[in-house]
Ligand binder design. Structure first.
Ligand SMILES: Cc1ncc(COP(=O)(O)O)c(C=O)c1O
Length: 428
């Protein structure tokens, strides 16, 4: 019989958490929705801020109904917000959402209009998030779906007609499965020509780091009224969400919605987000995309052909790989890769591969761990060996661990001489 003794259960759980650390340090995590937050960010996650509430964002001397957060709140107001405003180029940055889906909920609620108002979003066949339309409906709004001629393209004429016919208050442009992000400038022009009052929001949860590093266009500069999403996929931050806009009225509407929809915004991850932004290097974005393209090519050379080969495989961190043509069922390939310490997604809803279990891979975490374009040939060889079961899984896993150990992560504390003494002090 299993023990219900809390001490024994806690001991077992602590052991599991340590195993998680060790296994993760030896593995190659290629799950595109995940990233390892920088050590600096992780340090902030463990501190006292994680037990506090912070509401007094205006800094009103009489506004400290919850005074315990006073010191930590400076990290949010003097680091996280100014640095994110700088990186995004936005007049307003809202860091109240807890995650990408929470940011989506806030945006739909704040900007979507009254019950019954049409909202235009992206069909899952073009990479739209599975929950956007149903969440829109739950909020009392009426979703319409933009589609296109292929899994990577939205039809601007159709978009124009949908906006001209329905006059949505909000176009929610989101792509979870994304090899070639929609061109925001084209989408914005199509919407503007149909209804100048329609608000365009780009949910860049998957590509935030690529945008902030300048490897993909900034949606605000391309004509969107706001953008945001998760801070932990291509951006190497903690698990949080953020929303940006240049428009004062939209920022105010967000504040109103947030009053009802966010109480505890999780101060420790919010401080950690600022430290991750301080750690962030623009070159990481271009390197992440170049690594994905190099991995696509190296897999192709090994007869594992990622989708969109004719277009260079990807313009993001993601690759989609159907292993069935190479004679290995996607689920079996996924099981073999996992056993070999290579973590990927297996999905049955990738655009253009409906109902085929196929792999979704990403390079963001590997590049953060110090792997480069030059390593991608070796990574492809390890993937091919695992998928085809050419060598025992534990032997491949050993090679994966050796590769990890031979590379130093990009986010190094020694790059921050002003921070190191404080970290030392926190452990004193
Ligand atoms: C476009 C988009 N929006 C929202 C989300 C949800 O983000 P989170 O998992 O941080 O809640 C995702 C996650 O994949 C996404 O791709």
């Amino acid at each position: 019989m299993r023990s219900t003794d809390p001490a024994a259960l806690a001991g077992a759980a602590a052991g599991a958490l340590v195993r998680q650390q060790h296994r993760s340090a030896r593995a190659l995590n290629m799950i595109p929705s995940e990233n390892s937050a920088s050590p600096l960010a992780r340090w902030a996650l463990a501190g006292d801020a994680g037990s506090r509430y912070f509401f007094n964002t205006s800094g009103d001397p009489d506004g400290w109904a919850f005074p315990a957060a006073r010191d930590a709140s400076e990290a949010e107001t003097r680091l996280t917000l100014p640095l994110l405003r700088h990186l995004t180029g936005a007049a307003h940055v809202n860091v109240r959402p807890l995650s990408g889906l929470h940011a989506m909920t806030l945006v739909l609620s704040a900007w979507g209009g009254a019950a019954g108002t049409p909202v235009l979003t992206v069909h899952p066949d073009q990479g739209g998030h599975y929950a956007t339309a149903s969440l829109t409906r739950r909020l009392g709004l009426t979703p319409y779906l933009a589609t296109g001629p292929d899994p990577h393209t939205l039809d601007p004429e159709l978009l124009h007609h949908l906006v001209a016919d329905r006059h949505p208050r909000l176009v929610y442009l989101d792509q979870s499965h994304v090899l070639f992000p929609a061109d925001v400038a084209t989408v914005a022009a199509a919407i503007r020509a149909a209804d100048e009052h329609t608000v365009l929001y780009a949910d860049v949860s998957h590509t935030l780091g690529l945008v902030l590093g300048g490897a993909l266009p900034n949606p605000l500069a391309a004509g969107a009224h706001g953008f945001g999403g998760s801070t932990h996929k291509t951006f190497p931050g903690p698990q949080k969400g953020m929303i940006t806009t240049d428009r004062d009225d939209l920022a105010t509407a967000l504040h109103r919605a947030q009053y009802d929809m966010v109480s505890n915004h999780h101060l420790a991850p919010t401080c950690a987000l600022g430290l991750a932004a301080a750690d962030f290097l623009a070159a990481y974005a271009a390197d992440t995309i170049a690594a994905a393209q190099a991995l696509g090519q190296a897999l192709h050379q090994r007869h594992l052909v990622p989708e969109a080969a004719e277009r260079g495989y990807t313009a993001t961190h993601q690759l989609w790989l159907n292993t069935a043509p190479a004679g290995v069922d996607g689920r079996e390939a996924h099981r073999r890769l996992t056993a070999a310490g290579i973590h990927t997604n297996v999905l049955s809803d990738l655009p253009g591969l409906a109902a085929t279990p196929a792999l979704r891979l990403g390079t963001a975490e590997a590049v953060g761990a110090g792997l480069t374009v030059q390593d991608m040939d070796q990574v492809a060889a390890l993937i091919a060996d695992a998928v085809h079961d050419r060598r025992p899984a534990d032997v491949i896993a050993g090679d994966v661990a050796d590769l990890r150990a031979a590379r130093a992560g990009r986010w190094q504390l020694h790059r921050h001489p002003d921070v190191a003494p404080h970290i030392k002090e926190s452990f004193a």
